[in-house]
Ligand binder design. Structure first.
Ligand SMILES: Nc1ncnc2c1ncn2[C@@H]1O[C@H](COP(=O)(O)OP(=O)(O)OP(=O)(O)O)[C@@H](O)[C@H]1O
Ligand code: SF4
Ligand SMILES: [Mg+2]
Length: 353
């Protein structure tokens, strides 16, 4: 348990998910695709952690490993996931099939990428909510209806209309709100959202983020928020973890990551976001992500890194604490500190707070 100090005094941060050295590999014809490597982090109660990184960096694989929904070809090769509730810890990877099924909705829910098709087109939403509850031992129809209507109200949907609707009667944004409601139906402590707003227009995205923040405020769950959209991640999260080639290469508070990045890759991601002022050219990170079957030696980012030295080419940097929980895996963070000067001088793309 760690402590933070607020104007009201120290507040204890209670862990709900402790991920220790998780690695995941997919069996492919050419060899093992090491999609997640030695990832560790702790998610605290009521906290929102954003996972950011380019396509293929392992965000979805990591999330699926946490709730044991990996495809058959994938295996967790090492590590541990501890889920803590009311002071008691469970070893998620050691749960039986029956226990993990209950765990998935009741303790840790996941809203997937491309959620538009998640609802069964031939069933009214009322039936889908009661089926989900029944499958997890909550057969009391009156309770399910009450809870569903309450949640629809919370996600700003017209409760009665949506309760009796078929999925095709709802817009994309409405379906996404209904899916958020379904995610928290059984009051999980952790909600994992994988690209929850992709495929929605920008106004709908913003509305969903507002709804999510309000739900979290009211229900107190913790969030793992996976997104390509750095501005949304900054708005939604308390802490951010940057993934590259299956590793967390930097983690810290939103301010640490967006205003004082220490890793060249995080800096590259920030520079590839369009500025509001439009006064600086968009700089994309040169090169492409490494082959995860035979990644480069040393720091995996070295073939793309402007600061790479001999040491980087042979020795992998450890994830080191640079103070107050701001961790980065880089031999030359001093170069990043110099290079980031002026990063936000022409108008920030993300807003603080
Ligand atoms: N079924 C599979 N078989 C082999 N490799 C896979 C499989 N699924 C994913 N991978 C590989 O695992 C790596 C991580 O993929 P993952 O989908 O977790 O990335 P991601 O960060 O979620 O990407 P995106 O932002 O595009 O959703 C990628 O290199 C991908 O090619
Ligand atoms: S360790 Fe070297 S190659 Fe890796 S990110 Fe840092 S400077 Fe770049
Ligand atoms: Mg993904």
């Amino acid at each position: 348990m760690t402590g933070v100090t607020t104007p009201q005094g120290p507040v204890e941060r209670v862990p709900v998910l402790e991920v220790e050295n998780i690695s995941v590999a997919y069996a492919a014809a050419r060899g093992a695709v090491r999609a997640v490597n030695n990832v560790s982090f702790t998610l605290h109660k009521g906290e929102a952690l954003a996972l950011i990184g380019e396509s293929g960096s392992g965000k979805t694989t990591l999330a699926l490993a946490l709730i044991r929904m990996l495809v058959r070809a994938a295996k967790v090769t090492e590590g541990r996931v501890r889920y803590v509730k009311n002071g008691a810890a469970q070893d998620v990877l050691g749960l039986s099939e029956r226990e993990i099924r209950r765990f998935r909705w009741s303790e840790c829910a996941m809203v997937f990428q491309g959620a538009q098709n998640a609802f069964n087109p031939v069933l009214r939403l009322s039936e889908q909510f009661s089926d989900t509850a029944r499958a997890h031992g909550k057969g009391d129809r009156a309770w399910v209806k009450r809870r569903t209507l309450e949640l629809f109200k919370l996600v700003r949907l017209d409760p009665e209309r949506v309760y009796n609707a078929y999925p095709h009667e709802l817009s994309g944004g409405m379906k996404q709100r209904a899916l958020l409601a379904l995610g928290v139906l059984l009051d999980p402590q952790v909600v994992i959202l994988d690209e929850p707003t992709t495929a929605l227009d920008i106004l709908t995205q913003r509305a969903i983020i507002d709804v999510l923040a309000e739900m979290q405020d009211r229900l107190g769950f913790s969030i793992i928020f996976i997104s390509h959209d750095l501005a949304l991640a900054a708005e939604m999260a308390d802490r951010v973890a940057t993934m590259y080639a299956g590793e967390i290469i930097e983690t810290g508070t939103v301010d640490d990551i967006f205003y004082e990045p220490l890793h060249p890759y995080t800096l590259g991601l920030l520079r590839s976001v369009p500025r509001l002022s439009g006064s600086q050219d968009l700089i994309s990170i040169p090169g492409s992500p490494p082959d995860l079957i035979s990644p480069p030696p040393g720091c995996k980012f070295h073939p793309r890194c402007p600061f790479a030295s001999e040491r980087c080419r042979s020795e992998a940097p450890p994830l080191e604490d640079f103070g107050a929980g701001h961790l980065a895996a880089c031999w030359h963070t001093d170069r990043v500190v110099e290079a980031r000067q002026g990063l936000w001088s022409d108008g920030a793309v993300v807003t603080r707070g």
